[in-house]
Ligand binder design. Sequence first.
Ligand code: NIG
Ligand code: FE
Length: 417
Amino acid sequence: MKVLLENIKELVQVEEYPVLFKAGSAMAEVTTIKNAYLIIRDEVIEDFGEMSHLKDAYVDDDILLEIDCSNRLVYPTYCDSHTHLVYPGSREKEFVDRIKGLSYEQIAERGGGILNSAKLLHETSEDELYKSAMERVSEMVQMGTGAVEIKSGYGLNTDDELKMLRVIRRIKNSSPICVRANFLGAHSIPLKFRDNVSKYVDSIINEMIPQVAAEELSDYIDVFCDKGFFSVADTERILMAGMKYGLRPKIHANELGHTGGVEVGVKYNALSVDHLEYIGENEIATLKNSETMPTVLPGAAFFLNMKLSPVRKMIDAGLPVALASDYNPGSSPSGNMNLISAMGCIKYNMLPEEVINATTINSAYAMGISDRLGSIARGKIASVFITSEIPGIEYLPYSYGSNLIETVIINGEVQNF
Ligand code: NIG
Ligand code: FE
């Protein structure tokens, strides 16, 4: 199938010479083509350019579908590199507890929070988990997301972690978008192991990881390395065990303190370190010259009223930054990357161009897929969205409450909602 998008007011995030990510001052650069065309053949971006050049190359060709994009912008779909979107139920009671004054950590200490979801997940069937997760995925696609990383971590025992990962595999096999799985057995410490965390870590290393690997259920290994959760020493043991099976680390770090999470992530060549509310000169120096993508989750900081990650400092120091939704029932119950983009500008002082790079090419890197997705480049996967009639790229994060995405194309196919 060949598709032609024509009269595009502005084709955004174009790359003649694709890069794997953008760092520092390059994050403020986004190449666009005004009055453009885009040609898709099957699943792939075949060509693009200015409308004035279209006729020369494609007269009487075999175009099957023409879409007029007058007054509309076309973007590569968002890559959401950090989510927990397989979960058994919402947690709005804790939301009210926090309004009344309890902190996220206090709720977790009482056995609420993640443990609450784990209890409910144990009682929920694979089919039910799959169905609710697919509804979330479909809503995210409608809002412009074309790739998503999904973590386990509400199982916290071997059977339930495997159950979650099998659900993620089903989503991978049945959803049109690109899905990456991340094993997060070390998401929280089950109550019965609170006095003996090493014993739980042993079970992750000796039972869970070998089975996850045997069934090829995960692409990555994650640890919530933070105050009140897993220590740096626990994290090192778990990462080493996962890496033996080829699982690349992608970890939760520095959300609740300067806990050494960034350092341990970089030491084990993590693909990304995520959250990063507590980042100082040392963490920035560690991240410099590493292959690890610093990833910030504005939804969680907003929802939990946390201090904000020093994104400006990181970019000004020459680092790349990715943004992701952290979609989960406890700290960020939304997978809306348009809202995340708006928060990037409004709360973190990022330029619209920096936000585009952070939610496309850099977040694609944080999932290990930036050679295939995250920009408009010849040969990349044809997953793009078409906006409604808008004036320019600044307008998308500016009008933070509106849904301005009209059409979504995934792997070259127009999605119907
Ligand atoms: O990324 N920080 C740890 N894990 C999730 C929260 C999960 C939950 O509360 O259910 C996060 O914010
Ligand atoms: Fe998370």
